[in-house]
Design a protein around this ligand. Structure first.
Ligand code: PMT
Length: 397
């Protein structure tokens, strides 16, 4: 069994400047009472809300506020970044989220966040207008794509008597998120994993293609989460999204994807790509001219990449994805026909689910056709659940 408790774990608490910083004192105490070793790094602004002495009293260690506090260390942020098994930032203000999303290292907290390889859990807290602002939402999308976990925010009372979305979740919920992240830990250490991601492009001529709406977010998140859990990940993708910790093979068409996949040996294959089923049989070498009228495009089938992986002499454990519009039944049929160990059905008709979104509403379909519907959740949470399932299957083997 994986140890889900925080007992004995090294946890770095990042505190940025918001009124919710007072709750972080309780969070530090909760973690300490549960047996965790806690250190604190704060922004200057955070010290306006809670004094360093309060955290020092609760954790037994003076918080780090400046990169220039400690005369004994020439590089306090990298020293601090190497220490924790997990970093939690609570509250994570709009400024802190934005700095991390854009790689800015202006203070001890943001420099440490950039320098650490430990998983990062972020508990946002800000006014509703700031949370809803497209700039903040852009940062959130980048952070999720980079594989960071967000817990909250909730709706409720905010500073200044306002009520709305942006309230930091309660410390108990943050502890639960930390436990989940730690439990995931390194359970895939050393496992060779292949992930496909993104939508393929099938050339009509040198400038036009047949494509689909896949952004690659789901596949890249699956790959990044696996890498974070210790797997050796090869990601074959059409997308330019980041994939920290993964070996990335960039492709465009189904044919290129099939070739790249055939060169990868693996114990687990997760096929999250939206692969074109058909491609133009005779792509033109020259750009088609409008003056010649609408072209007649004859289509031919592309290689079924997933089936070729299932048909290997020593097949890996295979997870397929299915994006359907007519309900889960077709995906169940597909799971059985394609003989996958697990199929993830995305409801592409539900709001916030499927193509291009940061969230997804999925049904896990087991090899025997059994279905496990899930609530709408972040793609990171879907990826975590997927890998927890895969890990169980691997240890049962
Ligand atoms: O990328 P995002 O914007 O985040 O969106 C995520 C997603 C909706 C694209 C993704 O989660 C998803 O559902 N991917 C599968 C899309 C799909 O409908 O696949 P399919 O039903 O055509 O194929 C079923 C399975 O066979 C898939 O695992 C697919 O990768 C694989 N396949 C399909 C055709 C083919 N020629 N080769 C394949 O390997």
């Amino acid at each position: 069994m994986t140890d889900t408790s925080v007992s004995g774990r090294r946890i770095l608490l990042g505190v940025s400047g918001g009124v919710a910083a007072y709750k972080s004192v309780y969070l530090a105490r909760r973690l300490g009472d549960a047996g965790a070793e806690v250190r604190v790094v704060m922004t200057e602004t955070a010290t306006q809300f809670v004094g360093t002495q309060t955290f020092a009293a609760v954790t037994g260690v003076e918080p780090v506020v400046s990169l220039f506090d400690d005369a004994r260390s020439v590089s306090p942020h990298t020293d601090l970044a190497r220490w924790p098994e997990l970093v939690v930032v609570a509250p994570a203000t709009a400024a802190t989220l934005s700095r991390l999303a854009h790689g800015l290292s202006e203070d001890a907290l943001s420099a440490t966040l950039l320098a650490t390889t430990a998983p990062i859990v972020l508990a946002p807290a800000m006014h509703t207008e700031m949370w809803d602002h497209p700039a903040t939402q852009r940062s959130v999308s980048l952070l999720v794509a980079d594989g960071h976990e967000l817990v909250g925010p909730d709706e409720g009372h905010l500073a200044g008597g306002d009520v709305g979305a942006g309230r930091m979740v309660e410390p108990e919920q943050i502890v639960a998120a930390i436990e989940q992240s730690l439990a995931a830990g390194f359970d895939l250490a050393g496992v060779d994993v292949l992930v496909t991601a993104g939508g393929t492009r099938e050339a009509i001529d040198p400038v036009r293609y047949l494509g689909n709406r896949s952004s690659g977010k789901m596949g890249h998140t699956v790959a990044t989460v696996a890498a974070r859990r210790g797997a050796n990940v090869t990601l074959v993708t059409t997308s330019s999204l980041p994939a920290p910790g993964c070996e990335v093979v960039k492709v465009e068409s189904a044919q290129e994807m099939a070739k790249a996949v055939s060169a990868v040996s693996c114990e687990v294959a997760v096929m999250a790509a939206a692969v074109a089923d058909f491609r133009p049989a005779n792509a033109s070498d020259d750009k088609l001219a409008r003056t010649e009228g609408p072209p007649k495009i004859v289509l031919e089938p592309t290689p079924d990449i997933l089936s070729s992986v299932v048909a290997r002499e020593d097949p890996p454990l295979v997870v397929g994805f299915a994006a359907e519009t007519g309900g889960v039944e077709r995906a169940v049929e597909k799971a059985k026909r394609k003989k996958v160990d697990l199929m993830v059905y995305n409801d592409v008709t539900a709001a916030g689910s499927g193509f291009g979104t940061d969230t997804n509403q999925v049904v896990f379909i087991d090899a025997d056709g059994g279905t496990r519907p899930q609530e709408l959740m972040s793609k990171t949470e879907v990826a975590q659940m997927l890998w927890t399932d895969v890990h169980h299957m691997l240890v049962q083997d």
